[in-house]
Design a protein around this ligand. Structure first.
Ligand code: GLA
Length: 513
């Protein structure tokens, strides 16, 4: 009897464990490289977060080349965008967001970007201007799914008495129940040590406090966040990232050199790259920094390794340990001090044989030298970096960056009966090699079929809708496609888009406000 009881308890525990995935990203294939995008908080705080601002930022993401460089997730942070009605349900703040939160998502998706929203695990958000999820996890996550969010940041204010691991796991379960693939960004500022447990819950977790107060970029805090995040390098990998907070590039307070160093450190740490500046008024130097494909290639490397300090003396540091998909490695020489530093990077210090003949590419000057034997001498000005890629070959390929013309297709069949409609989604990679053909997952509804064709770096998803047998009404499907990186053969983040079909109704009005 006793044995039977013990077996029952053990079986129960194993059963409970089986329900939570080892890696959240195994469920949805999302964020297999660190998420990139834009959030308003660092520059704007709550003001003036509204529909106009977000739409102007969306347009700026496209016109400045940020979208083509890989920045894709965008939306309000604590932007007073919803409240809780007397029926307990979330509703959009139509004064700030006249198209409603569904309409804002449509604007974003139509332009080939992904929709990021924000909430809090406690009773209220930090300023208390918005309701938190506590006690409403299922219905709030259902609302986020209805609004078609692709990314949700969940803050940790007003959580007295709550345990981070339990609270965030409950939110994960609510997200999975809502049935929409969502990148889950945990924001407990390191509380509860999420690097120890959150890989099964979400895709990224903040490791530190805020990098700055709104509008006030701070080099000192950035250095503090770097030091705290660097130590946690073993916890990061594809689909589970340490997040030392959003970028402060392009804000007042950092010099051009500090901007470049800051960006290099974030790339070296495989940190999420969520820009936080006003993209509508960037200097040429800020754009050049934020869109440096070679630096971004280090961040977005498919192996997903976080680099770390392997040598330091005074305030001069050598960062390594970041092998890249083509067999090369990234090395960062950082001079945090106020006088120039002269360093020798010896091949054995970065794990290579003294006798190796290696090419060195400088990712800010875009020049390659070598082959060098033994090591190289590097001179770095105060607060500056040398961000290097070191390889046996001088090819230095860039990993894929996926850019789509749209993530939303909307079909309208004026009446029921047999009709055939088609629409396309175009996807290209701005990396250096061509991708294999995307594979669409099975399980689409009977009214939708998708075929993919390839022309070099561009692929076309042709969507065919057949309305035969469908009654008047609205239909919705999410298409999921997978691919592998061509050199490493590692899986890439899944690609999702929405397809709407409206049979017999009036186009364009959404119930989801
Ligand atoms: C916390 C987060 C910030 C931002 C604000 C909003 O401080 O860490 O990134 O979202 O809340 O109030």
């Amino acid at each position: 009897m006793l044995l039977a009881t013990i077996f029952f308890i053990l079986a129960g525990v194993a059963g409970a464990q089986d329900q939570s995935p080892k890696l959240r990203a195994n469920v949805d294939g999302l964020a297999l490289t660190p998420p990139m995008g834009w959030y308003p908080w660092n520059e704007f705080g709550q003001e003036p977060q509204n529909e106009k601002l977000i739409e102007e930022i969306v347009d700026a993401l496209i016109s400045t080349g940020m979208k083509d460089a890989g920045y894709v997730y965008v939306g309000p942070d604590e932007g007073i965008c919803f409240s809780r009605g007397s029926d307990g349900k979330l509703k959009s703040n139509l004064e700030r967001y006249p198209s409603g939160l569904h309409g804002l998502g449509d604007y974003i998706h139509q332009r080939g970007l992904k929709y990021a929203l924000y909430t809090d695990a406690g009773t209220n958000t930090c300023s208390t201007a918005m309701p938190g999820l506590k006690g409403h996890e299922l219905e709030d996550m259902a609302a986020f799914a209805r609004w078609r969010a692709d990314y949700v940041k969940v803050d940790w204010c007003n959580t007295k008495g709550q345990d981070p691991a339990q609270a965030y796991a409950k939110i994960r379960d609510a997200q999975l129940a809502a049935g929409r693939p969502i990148v889950f960004s945990l924001c407990s500022w390191g509380e509860g040590k999420p690097w120890k447990w959150a890989a099964s819950v979400g895709h990224l977790w903040r490791t530190t406090g805020d990098i700055c107060a709104p509008g006030k970029a701070s080099w000192e805090t950035a250095m503090k966040n770097t030091a705290a995040n660097e130590k946690l390098y073993a916890a990061a990998g594809p689909g589970h990232w340490n997040d030392p907070d959003m970028l402060i590039n392009g804000m007042d307070g950092l010099s051009a050199v500090q901007n470049r160093s800051f960006f290099s450190l974030w790339c070296m740490m495989a940190a999420p790259l969520m820009a936080g500046n006003d993209l509508r008024k960037m200097t040429a130097s800020t754009i050049e920094t934020l869109t440096n494909r070679e630096a971004i290639g280090i961040d977005q490397d498919p192996l997903g390794i976080q680099g770390h300090i392997v040598w330091n003396e005074g305030q001069a540091e050598i960062w390594a340990g970041k092998k890249l998909f083509d067999g090369s490695q990234a090395v960062l020489v950082f001079n945090a001090g106020s006088t120039p530093a002269e360093l020798h990077v010896a091949w054995p210090d970065i794990g290579d044989a003294e006798s190796a003949a290696l090419y060195v590419r400088n990712l800010w000057t875009h020049r390659t030298t070598g082959p060098h034997r033994g090591g190289i001498a590097v001179r770095v000005a105060p607060n500056d970096v040398a961000l290097l890629r070191i390889s046996k070959s001088n090819a230095f390929p860039l990993p894929p960056v996926i850019v789509a013309d749209s993530y939303w297709l909307s079909f309208h069949a004026p009446h029921p009966g047999k009709q055939k409609l088609t629409g396309t989604i175009m996807v290209k990679t701005t990396g250096s090699s061509e991708l294999p053909l995307w594979k669409v997952r099975l399980g689409l509804p009977a009214w939708l079929s998708v075929s993919v064709s390839k022309h070099g770096k561009q692929q076309t998803f042709t969507n065919t809708v057949r309305t035969a047998g469908l009654a008047n009404g609205r239909y919705h499907a999410i298409v999921r496609a997978g691919n592998v990186e061509p050199l490493s053969h590692l899986p890439m983040s899944a690609l999702y888009y929405d397809v709407d079909l409206d049979v017999g109704g009036t186009e364009g009005d959404h119930n989801g406000k």
